[in-house]
Design a binder for this molecule. Sequence first.
Ligand SMILES: *Cc1c(COP(=O)(O)O)cnc(C)c1O
Length: 414
Amino acid sequence: MSSLANTDPEIAALIEKERLRQTNGLELIASENVVSKAVLETAGSILTNKYAEGYPGKRYYGGCEYYDIIENLAKDRLCKLFGAEYANVQPHSGSGANMAVYFSTINYGDKIMSMKLSEGGHLSHGSPVSFSGKMYDVVQYGVDHETEVIDYAALADMARKEKPQMIVCGASAYPREIDFKAFGEIAEDVGSSCVADIAHIAGLVATGLHNSPIDVLPFTTTTTHKTLRGPRGGAIMCREEFGQAINKAVFPGLQGGPLMHIIAAKAVCFKEALSQSYKDYCKQVVNNAQTLAATLDSEGYRLVSGGTDNHLMLLDLSDKGLTGLQAENALHDAGITVNKNTIPRETLSPFVTSGLRIGTPAVTSRGMKEEEMKAIGHFIATVLNDIENKEKIAEVRTEVEALASKFAIYAVTE
Ligand SMILES: *Cc1c(COP(=O)(O)O)cnc(C)c1O
């Protein structure tokens, strides 16, 4: 019996139930992934035992000699992966990474210009329910309501009129490529700072499948657990000149001791992401998203902006008389996990919504390819076409489990 099962059978049983849920279902939440056993092992290691407040070579605790080497490895690998000048790998989350960029660069009450949450942005980009909306004056851009993509000319006009101190680009639910160079030019034109939040697309940026903000913007933030396929956490990359200010903003500005087991797992993730097999993986993520989008399109479902350039797509269910909430629940019953999502021109609340966000990173980590995406697109359409039909949903669930059983969670990365 494992020590966990011995000490706490209740939690051990819940972990086993969750393992089965992950194994038997299809995970299509665009922000989720399946980490390698090496990442898992590191995140669960003895490195959790120690405090290491401070930075390599300058800690507030003794006994950090191995932690210094680990953190420097993580920083160097991250800089190599993205071609960045400077990195801070301590942020506990993507939201914290954004907070540190704001703290290091602008003042309380300054103006942030960012993408609306309802059209693809993130809570930490100025939502009134987040610190970012409470601390800063926020103006927001969306997508053009005809094309459903960002209109850079309109953005430039807004920036000239509003004169923000910080422009935030990057999104949680935007299926198209973002032009970071255009954001850089707009920010420069109005004398604003600019941060690219690549939390979702980091893996695609690292492997050249999406243009990179690193050389065109002063700050880039990311999470490490989405397409990057590492432990849950955040990171910041910036120009060398801003490194010290970023460090101070992270610690002692807003965090205490770093999670060194997670920083070590980030280092492992960055090493994996430098490999050819990870490049191949990211290419497959994009190919899979395109195949799934084309399948749903041919099944008669409307895709916001008409398709996808990255790892995710947004389905507009408004012409089907369905809400995102209904669709999410029915697909859940079929063993398919997705999330309801607002779409451009949304008329319903964020708890109901008219759309679904669907992403391919996790199923691609299991080794699924185009053929499986066609099957999944068909499963989704079968459920949504007849959403009250419990029998049909149960039939799809059997097919979902049969497909999932052929792609063990750790088969690819083992
Ligand atoms: C996921 C996400 C984050 C936040 O990450 P957390 O680690 O959950 O705080 C920040 N920005 C964007 C664009 C995201 O998609």
